[in-house]
Design a protein. Structure first.
Length: 467
C-alpha cells in the first residue's frame, strides 16, 4: 500500500472531511468530530491482491474504505478459510480490538484498486473517548461485522444466501459473560438461541460435565424446538461473547426459512441421540471432566503420549525438551484419555489466556503457528506464573534460558562480542518467564522428534474430544 498524501493541505483536509461526512456509517457523527478524525488520517492507495492485514498479526491502524473492494477472511477451528464478505465504500477494518481478541484475527486483501483513509487505532480511540456518537457508529459497524462473521461460520446459517444472512443480523443481541458464569440453568424454560462469538462453555447435566462448546457453536435450540425446559446447564469456561436470537425472532425466522427449520431440527435430533449415548458412558464423562479441570480443552492442540508405544519410565521427551530449552517445559502427568497420556505443559489457551491478561508488559503474544510465546518485552516480574491455573509458566534465570540449545549458544557468542563503551544506566534483568511455545523458532518439536517409538505427538483437541 502506498501513501498518496502524508501532509494535509487545507484543501486535502476539506476533501477528507467531505468523504467522511458522506459515509452512511458516520451520518450521526458531528462534523467537528470528523474534522479531528480527518486531521489524523492518511490517504492510502492499494493495488489488486495487495495484502492489507494478516490474521494473528497486530494491526495498529484502522482503514476506512473510500473506493474499491477488499476481501475479508479468517480461519475456523479446522483451519478452513471462511470468507466474511467483501468490504465496499464506507466500510472499515482494523477495528477488531474494540471487541474480543479473536476477532482481530482476520486477513484483508484488496480485490480491486482503491483508496482508504488510514488512522492509528490508539489515536482514533482517544477521539472516541470524547465522542459518544463516533463510539456508537464504530461499534455498530463492528457489531454487524461480528454477526456476519459468526453466521458465516455456523453451518446452520452458512448455507443461507448472503442477502438473507445479512437481513437477519439485526435480530441478534450481543451479550458478554465472565469466567464461571451460568448462561443457562438446567430446568429453566428456553428463551433464545445462542451463538458463540468467542470463548468456551461447558455443558453440565446434574452437576457433571457432558460436553464443551466454543467459537462458532450454538446452544439453547432444543428447549425452544421442544417447548420444554433446558435439559442441561451452560457455564462459561472462559470470558465469552455470544449472540442471542430471542425465541420469538427464531420462530418467525424458521417460518420464513423452512430449510433452516429442517436443518435445526436435524441438529437437535442428533444432539438428543448423543445425549442419550453419553448417559451410559460414564468413563467418557469422567475423562471429559478431568480434561476441563486440567485445561486440556483450552487450546487447539495437546501434546499426548501413546502409552502403548512408550516404555515404562521413559523420559526421553522431557530430556530432549530440557536439552533444547535449558529446562523441561513438558512433564508426564496422571491424566489419561484411554491409552493417551495428556502431558502437563502449556495449553496455548486460545480464549482468555490468564497469563496474557496478567502480563503488564504485553509480552505474551501469538505466533503464526498458533502458539503463545514470551517475547523480549518480558521483564521477569513473574505475574504470569500464579495467573496460570495449570502451573504451565515458570520463572527462570536468564542464564537458564540462554543455555538452551542452538539459540542459547548463539546468545552466549553474541554476549562475548559485546564491548560496552559506557554503561550510563546499567540494568540487568535476571529472570524471565518461560513456558512451552511449541518450540518457536525451530522447525520441529524437540519432544516429538526425539521419541524413538513415535509415541509423542501433537493432537487436535477435537480428535481427543469430538464436539
Amino acid at each position: 500500500m502506498s501513501t498518496v498524501s502524508a501532509t494535509l493541505s487545507n484543501e486535502d483536509l476539506h476533501r477528507q472531511v467531505t468523504l467522511l461526512t458522506n459515509l452512511a456509517c458516520f451520518k450521526e457523527v458531528p462534523v467537528s468530530v470528523l474534522e479531528r478524525v480527518a486531521t489524523l488520517c492518511t490517504m492510502r492507495a492499494f493495488l489488486p491482491e495487495a495484502l492489507l492485514a494478516y490474521e494473528r498479526e497486530a494491526l495498529p491502524f484502522v482503514y476506512i474504505l473510500i473506493e474499491g473492494t477488499v476481501d475479508l477472511t479468517l480461519h475456523d477451528r479446522a483451519g478452513r478459510d471462511i470468507e466474511i464478505g467483501p468490504l465496499h465504500k464506507g466500510d472499515c477494518f482494523g477495528i477488531g480490538p474494540l471487541s474480543s481478541e479473536i476477532f482481530c484475527g482476520m486477513t484483508a486483501r484488496a480485490q480491486t484498486f482503491g483508496y482508504a483513509l488510514q488512522i492509528r487505532f490508539d489515536e482514533l480511540r482517544n477521539i472516541m473517548a470524547e465522542s459518544k456518537e463516533l463510539t456508537v457508529a464504530l461499534h455498530d459497524v463492528l457489531r454487524r461485522r461480528i454477526t456476519t462473521s459468526i453466521l458465516k461460520r455456523v453451518p446452520l446459517f452458512s448455507q443461507l444466501p448472503s442477502l438473507e444472512r445479512s437481513s437477519i443480523t439485526e435480530l441478534f443481541q450481543s451479550q458478554r459473560f465472565d469466567r464461571n458464569e451460568m448462561i443457562i440453568q438446567q430446568g429453566q424454560p428456553g428463551s433464545a438461541l445462542y451463538l458463540i462469538e468467542s470463548g468456551q462453555v461447558i455443558v453440565e447435566r446434574d452437576g457433571q460435565t457432558v460436553a464443551h462448546l466454543q467459537e462458532g457453536d450454538f446452544f439453547g435450540e432444543m428447549a425452544l424446538l421442544d417447548k420444554r425446559s433446558h435439559s442441561a446447564s451452560i457455564r462459561t469456561l472462559t470470558p465469552i461473547d455470544i449472540l442471542a436470537l430471542p425465541g420469538e425472532s427464531l420462530n418467525r425466522l424458521l417460518e420464513e426459512q423452512p430449510q433452516l427449520a429442517e436443518q435445526l431440527r436435524t441438529v437437535a435430533e442428533q444432539r438428543h441421540a448423543t445425549n442419550k449415548s453419553m448417559q451410559s458412558n460414564q468413563q467418557y464423562i469422567q475423562q471429559l471432566g478431568h480434561a476441563v479441570d486440567r485445561g486440556a480443552l483450552r487450546g487447539a492442540y495437546v501434546l499426548v503420549r501413546d502409552t502403548r508405544l512408550c516404555e515404562d519410565g521413559c523420559r526421553i521427551c522431557e530430556t530432549a525438551c530440557a536439552t533444547r530449552h535449558g529446562h523441561a517445559r513438558i512433564h508426564a502427568s496422571d491424566m489419561f484419555i484411554n491409552e493417551l497420556e495428556v502431558m502437563d505443559t502449556c495449553r496455548q489457551c486460545f480464549f482468555g489466556a490468564e497469563c496474557v491478561e496478567a502480563c503488564p508488559e504485553d509480552a505474551i503474544q501469538w505466533n503464526n503457528d498458533g502458539a503463545l510465546m514470551i517475547t523480549e518485552q518480558c521483564t521477569g516480574c513473574g505475574d504470569c506464573v500464579p495467573a496460570c491455573p495449570y502451573d504451565a509458566v515458570q520463572r527462570v534465570t536468564q542464564k537458564t534460558y540462554a543455555n538452551g540449545g542452538p539459540l542459547g549458544s548463539l546468545w552466549r557468542n553474541m554476549q562475548r562480542l559485546r564491548i560496552p563503551l559506557l554503561a550510563l544506566q546499567p540494568h540487568k534483568i535476571e529472570y524471565r518467564a518461560d513456558k512451552c511455545d511449541l518450540c518457536h523458532g525451530y522447525d520441529d518439536l524437540a519432544c516429538v522428534s526425539a521419541c524413538p517409538t513415535g509415541a509423542m505427538k501433537l493432537m487436535p483437541v477435537e480428535e481427543l474430544f469430538p464436539l
